[in-house]
Design a protein around this ligand. Structure first.
Ligand code: KG4
Ligand code: ZN
Length: 339
């Protein structure tokens, strides 16, 4: 079975071709970061218009690189949510139109299921069941993954997502959008322990997160004195340490709670080096092993949508002729994979 996948839920336009036997044959991506930078965040209408321009050429390139003709395909997967409504509709409309024209089944994929399954693209994929720490710009969740399609939410953030906390505090430090990677780079020049921000929810039992208080703490630190280069780096370091500490501690708690020994980390923040290093150490001490997608598959991409789409098409699921797009879509409302 071979599928074409399209991703357009936020500010990345992407297309990929995945073959069940031969693996990932092509993946193309265009990031709109430059387009949105002047505004300090994603402007939904600009994102939609740009997806309209980029998607079809990306699909053509992916198919050409994969030496795949439409008749070689068995289905088309597209991100159906959650995400920006207009952006989702561009990919959904394109995928549905191609599926109709090429007489193929289409499947609307849950973006977070894509993130969760991204590590399956690697040569050493994680075993099931496992605990997944999903850390993106919009979500921070701990999920028990019994199998593909079987997800139980263990805990999530009450307010800001981890990526959002990185981005918002980065903005307070005057860093350009998207702040996460920039803040991480600045943090490497900061001194460990020079400042310390609260680790929200750490002292409380349970698997919930809260990151909104971090913005206030950073704002106070920024206003407290002269914002020298060294102080900016120290603040960045302290922000990263607070987020990493919290994520690692709760992930270990989730392993204890479920009795599982495999942790999967995915989503954009999973690209963070300090987080990866910390989880490696903590999991090791816990007798557990951590799996990640390669860095380029932590952030949004179409390869992960292809993995989820292929699994669901293989199980006989597909969308009708309608165009599916949902801004909100709880992960645990997905149908199980077994028919
Ligand atoms: O998964 P993703 O690409 O998009 C969503 O589905 O949200 O995640 C994007 C988020 C952004 O908040 C970005 O700042 C953050 O991931 N991010 C990072 C790093 N790379 C991306 N945060 C911290 N350190 C990084 N290296
Ligand atoms: Zn994402």
């Amino acid at each position: 079975m071979r599928v074409l996948a399209i991703e357009s839920s936020c500010d990345e336009s992407a297309a990929a071709v995945l073959d069940e036997g031969a693996g990932l044959l092509a993946h193309e991506l265009y990031s709109q970061i430059e387009l949105h930078r002047a505004y300090g965040g994603v402007v939904p209408e600009l994102a939609s218009r740009d997806h309209v321009r980029r998607l079809l050429p990306l699909v053509e390139t992916a198919l050409a690189r994969a030496a795949t003709r439409p008749e070689d395909l068995d289905g088309i997967a597209y991100t159906a949510g959650p995400g920006l409504m207009g952006a989702l509709l561009t990919g959904a409309a394109l995928a549905s139109s191609l599926a109709y024209a090429w007489r193929l089944p289409a499947i609307g994929v849950h973006h977070l299921e894509g993130h969760l399954l991204a590590p399956l693209l690697e040569s050493d994929p994680p075993p099931f069941p496992h605990v997944a720490l999903l850390v993106s710009g919009g979500h921070t969740q701990l999920i028990e993954v019994a199998a593909i399609g079987s997800y139980r939410l263990l805990g999530e953030t009450r307010d800001d997502a981890a990526g959002e906390a990185f981005d918002k505090t980065a903005k307070l430090l005057g860093l350009p959008y998207p702040g996460g990677p920039q803040l991480a780079a600045l943090a490497t020049r900061g001194t460990h322990g020079a400042l310390s921000f609260p680790r929200p929810m750490l002292e409380r039992p349970g698997l919930e997160f809260s990151f909104s208080g971090l913005k206030t703490a950073v704002l106070h630190a920024v206003r407290a004195g002269e914002l020298t280069e060294r102080r900016r780096a120290d603040i960045a370091r302290a922000v990263e340490e607070a987020i990493v500490d919290t994520l690692a501690a709760k992930a270990m708690r989730a392993l204890d709670y479920t009795g599982l020994t495999t942790l999967v980390v995915s989503g954009g923040v999973g690209a963070n080096r300090a987080l990866r290093a910390r989880l490696e150490t903590s999991a090791g001490a816990h007798g557990a092993r951590v799996y990640y997608p390669r860095v380029e598959f932590c952030t949004d991409n179409a390869a992960m949508i292809a993995v989820a789409g292929l699994a669901r098409l293989r199980a006989g699921q597909h969308a009708g002729l309608g165009i599916e797009a949902r801004a909100q879509w709880p992960l645990d409302s997905l149908p199980p994979l077994a028919a």
